[in-house]
Design a binder for this molecule. Sequence first.
Ligand code: ADP
Length: 336
Amino acid sequence: MSYISIDHLSLSYGNNLVLKDISLAVEKGELVTLLGPSGCGKSTLLRVFAGLEVFQKGDISIDGEIVNDVAPKDRNIGMVFQSYALFPNMTVFDNVAFGLTIKKVSKKEIEEKVMNVLELVNLADKKDFYIHQLSGGQQQRISLARSLVTEPKFLLLDEPLSALDAKIRKQLQMDIRALQKKLGITMIFVTHDQEEAMILSDRIFVMNEGKIVQDALPAELYEKPKNEFVAGFIGNYNILTRQQKQRLAPTFSAEKLAEKYALRAELIKLTPAENTETIDAFFENYTILGSTIRCYFNSGGIPLTVDVLNSTVDVTTLQNQTQLFIDYRSFVPLQS
Ligand code: ADP
């Protein structure tokens, strides 16, 4: 039996059906993300785990017990939000200690537990600082420490890194992952950023319009998106109709045909390799993304995006008329 499970859950706000027959399972010690565009229902679903939403249909179980009617405070869950919700007029120590103070834990135990979690987030030396004396990244670590100090069964994180700049955000992604592995704590993390989901997760639930459209391991999601929405959301895919795919790589008679196919931009090559089809294309443009150069081609009216590793090709020497090479196994059939 799974540690946390949701079974055929639906939730509406008035006439607006926001969660549509959601079923999912999370195992103990897993870090899963709910990934999807803004408004698809991620935060609402996270709030269901916390007991903060009233839903009309379905069940939620934790540790084998249906908890539909268990109050949030009795669920022993930690939450971390985008806004840090820290008390500005209290020190770091007092902020972290807050959850224990209201539980009337002894002073000695508070001291021990707070210093323990501050060590975990590498901020023990800031215990006497006030919140405004810390950077955004440090404040978010304090939020994390504060939610861990009460030793919750699992932790819910709602876009906790969205307000931080790219470098700090990357660092905290690594820190959260390391901390989660070290403590073995189950985490459910909400994000709209596919790269963040890939970096952090054991498993990803992709959501769209109130439904879970794919539940997969990060690599699986990247390599085998289930449908056009996931392919569009996850990576830099070329989406091709059946006719376009036929023109680029004629189908074998045994192959089951799909209406649409996804073709990853880095699987189109500028140099020939084994099993590749040769395609004439017109080189239109490129953008340097850093380690990758994104090149735009057109093959007889079919636009193709091709990603090449920077330094492996000198794009300035690419001819207008050129050849591309595609392994015929690279096309991923999509469900409609
Ligand atoms: P996400 O986290 O994916 O951005 P949300 O779960 O916040 O999406 O919202 C999903 C949908 O539910 C949106 O259409 C939003 O407007 C609606 N919604 C969220 N909270 C409420 C609420 N308290 N009352 C009414 N509608 C809400």
